[in-house]
Design a protein around this ligand. Structure first.
Ligand code: P6P
Length: 325
């Protein structure tokens, strides 16, 4: 209960037309499936150390990265809640090489691309982590296959991320609104705490791994030096946590291409596209340094991309410097 009375819950928000947007049949069920899954993930993350569930599984994912136990747990939870929502036709997941195609006719289905637990290496040291989701509407009459998931970010109908931090916050972006909800542990529901999110006009922070400076090309080194001279450095090492702070306070997240990672480190479909959608809907921008993230025509489910994300004017300035401006 807020000082002014009842807080709108996420269920009430999605049931009343997603903050003013068109009431898409089934989209509300998909968003609630994400919310329900995130509440289960939050509980698992909070207890992981006590359940000896930290650390690696010994397996590696399609990117050749070691899968943390909690990555697998989170992936399983969201696949289950999304599959049983009755409105998801296919799921693409960082931890699963091939798309999960939901059998049976899901006529009005949605396609969900997700990073079920981003920054999971930070769990072992109790630092904020998150989950990221991009949501596309299946093309009418489409028989969903692997190619169905390779949609440009600009065709997303919504994007969601959840930060498991000092509080558990779910941010939902649609074509008409960006709204933040905080998990109320008393009711077990998400309630509105950050209505109508717009990235502040003033940029305060920059988030980049300064340890990579030596492997950046010269123009990119110059762009990062400009950030260093103007803004305060904040870097959690969890994309969702860094992005969330910059979205609410004004800031830039930058993981540009470098000599070791010519295609960048972060993944296009389930990290850059969803957060790029949120950033743009909140008045910000998202670029590879050479093109708008949401314009990229995907070629592979797990492809990587350089990512510069945050205040629109600062993103544009960085892009200009990277391109010799
Ligand atoms: P680095 C976490 O592993 C992640 O995918 C993002 O959440 C984060 O922004 C980035 O990698 C951190 O990468 O190279 O700075 O450790």
């Amino acid at each position: 209960m807020s000082a002014v009375g009842h807080r709108t819950t996420l269920q009430e928000y999605v049931s009343s037309g997603l903050g003013g947007g068109a009431q898409d049949d089934g989209l509300d069920a998909v968003i609630m499936a994400i919310a329900d899954g995130s509440i289960q993930v939050q509980r698992q993350v909070q207890q992981a150390a006590l359940a000896d569930a930290l650390g690696a599984t010994g397996e590696t994912n399609v990117q050749g990265e070691i899968i943390q136990r909690m990555d697998q747990v989170s992936s399983d939870i969201f696949v289950e809640t999304l599959s049983s929502s009755g409105h998801v036709a296919a799921i693409g997941c960082e931890e699963i090489e091939k798309p999960v195609i939901i059998e049976g006719e899901v006529a009005d289905g949605y396609i969900v691309l997700m990073d079920p637990l981003d920054g999971s290496s930070n769990i072992d040291v109790a630092v904020s982590i998150g989950s990221i989701f991009g949501i596309w509407k299946k093309r009418p009459g489409e028989k969903v296959n692997e190619d169905s998931l390779l949609r440009p970010g600009d065709e997303q109908v919504a994007a969601v991320y959840v930060v498991y931090g000092s509080s558990t916050v779910l941010v939902l972006a649609t074509k008409t609104d960006v709204c933040g909800f905080t998990l109320d542990f008393r009711s077990g529901e998400f309630a509105v705490t950050h209505p109508n999110i717009k990235i502040p006009k003033e940029c305060l922070y920059y988030s980049t791994n300064e340890g990579n400076h030596k492997v950046l090309d010269e123009p990119t080194q110059k762009a990062v030096a400009n950030l260093r001279n103007k803004y305060s450095q904040r870097y959690v090492g969890s994309l969702v946590a860094d992005f969330h702070r910059n979205l609410l306070k004004g800031g830039i997240f930058a993981y540009p291409a470098d000599r070791n990672r010519k295609d960048g480190r972060l993944r296009l479909m389930y990290e850059a596209n969803p957060l790029g959608f949120v950033a743009e809907q909140a008045g910000g921008a998202a670029s590879t340094g050479y093109q708008r993230i949401l314009d990229i025509i995907p070629e592979q489910l797990h492809q990587r991309t350089p990512l510069i994300l945050g205040n629109k004017d600062v993103v544009e300035e960085i892009v200009s410097v990277i391109n010799g401006g």
